[in-house]
Design a protein around this ligand. Structure first.
Ligand code: UT7
Length: 341
């Protein structure tokens, strides 16, 4: 029997503009400095600063979890947006460190912020997850499925850090950032273009091999530190520069803008040398980049979300500015997004 397709709801409804109407962030109180780390592994402030730009990072308390940090960032974003939990239709949490494998950390956050009618799910795209979640949120809003989406990037990386490995333990920190996305009728403010991409061929250069069904948690696997982050630093570095440049160029191209139109670039906060390399290749000053990795290290999916909130609240980005966000992470995954603020 020939099926008669149902008419798409989009076809009769106007194109929507999706805006970020509120941002928030949270970082734990405890500061771990480079000097503190030099007491744990063989390293020093000079090496960490010159190779990464990181001076300190925040570490969550033992009883403080990804959902706690995510909920605090979400509340700040809701307050700025002037919305209540009941107005949220969907919660997307980008994280590599969920409270547990299931249920989704988004469900725990739903309860903490009282978003009773929201659908909840986690996004697994490592450090690039926040922009993957933004793109998914935008599609849901543009298709008229939802009006208001809460997007969170939250991580307790200290829980999967190998504190005996100086190659990685100096890099990471904990924290959360959030944004409320909502359709806005008329006007040009909002998300203009987003490009997300992945390449699974490089999965093994940045991953946590233990903890899933392939390598479950056993005493032996734990002794081998398989439930911690493994990274081939130099290879990841190379891929990060090339992929973020690619994402930036494609997002700008889709937006019909050039890098000279951009008032502020908010990049993934992994390494100041990566940011400098990208600035050099784009032929722009590094001053155009919002950088906070000196204070927080690499907080994976939370990094660009925290930076966006800080850039917003500090006045570094202003209404009418074109803002470019670029991210990169395990998977490999990478993304770029252009917003008119
Ligand atoms: O969020 C996802 C994206 N992640 C990233 O983008 C990270 C990308 N990679 C990087 O940022 C850099 O590759 C690192 C910061 C991880 C490493 O910098 P590097 O310039 O690539 O250093 P390296 O790994 O080649 O190590 C150079 C030397 C080695 O010693 P030898 O073999 O030359 O004697 C390391 O053992 O530095 C040594 N080293 C350290 N020394 C003091 C490695 N870690 C440390 C340390 N303190 N913490």
């Amino acid at each position: 029997m020939k099926r008669t397709p149902r008419s798409s709801p989009q076809s009769t409804k106007p194109q929507r503009t999706v805006s970020i109407i509120g941002t928030g962030s949270y970082v734990p109180e405890r500061i771990l400095s480079n000097a503190d780390l030099s007491k744990i592994v063989e390293t020093d402030d000079e090496w960490i600063t010159s190779r990464t730009g990181i001076k300190q990072r925040r570490i969550a308390a033992d009883d403080e979890f990804t959902s706690d940090m995510g909920a605090k960032a979400a509340r700040a974003a809701m307050e700025q947006a002037g919305i209540s939990g009941d107005e949220i239709d969907l919660i997307l949490v980008a994280t590599a460190t969920p409270d547990m494998v299931f249920p989704a950390t988004a469900c725990f956050i739903q309860t903490k912020i009282g978003a009773r009618k929201a659908a909840c799910l986690d996004i697994s795209a490592a450090c690039a997850g926040f922009l993957f979640a933004v793109e998914i949120a935008q599609q849901f809003i543009m298709s008229h499925t939802y009006d208001t989406v809460l997007v969170i990037g939250a991580e307790k990386l200290s829980s999967i850090t190998d504190w005996t490995n100086r190659n990685t333990c100096v890099l990471f920190g904990d924290g959360a950032g959030a944004a409320i996305l909502r359709h806005r009728g008329g006007g040009t403010h909002g998300l203009i273009s987003t490009h997300i991409a992945s390449d699974g061929n490089y999965a093994d250069i940045l991953w946590m091999p233990g903890g899933g069904c392939k390598t479950p948690i056993t005493r032996e696997n734990a002794d081998d530190h398989l439930q911690t982050i493994k990274m081939s630093g130099k290879e990841v570095y190379k891929q990060a520069v090339n992929s973020m440049l690619d994402a930036a160029k494609i997002a700008l191209d889709k937006a019909g803008l050039t890098i000279d139109d951009i008032a502020c670039v908010i990049p993934h906060q992994a390494n100041i040398r990566i940011i400098e390399a990208i600035a050099g290749r784009l032929k722009i000053s590094v001053d155009k980049f919002f950088v906070n990795l000196d204070c927080y290290g690499n907080t994976s999916a939370a990094a660009v979300a925290i930076a966006l909130d800080q850039a917003n609240r500090s006045g570094r980005i202003k209404v009418g500015d074109y803002v470019l966000m670029v991210v990169f992470g395990g998977g490999l995954t990478w993304a770029g997004s252009v917003i008119e603020w």
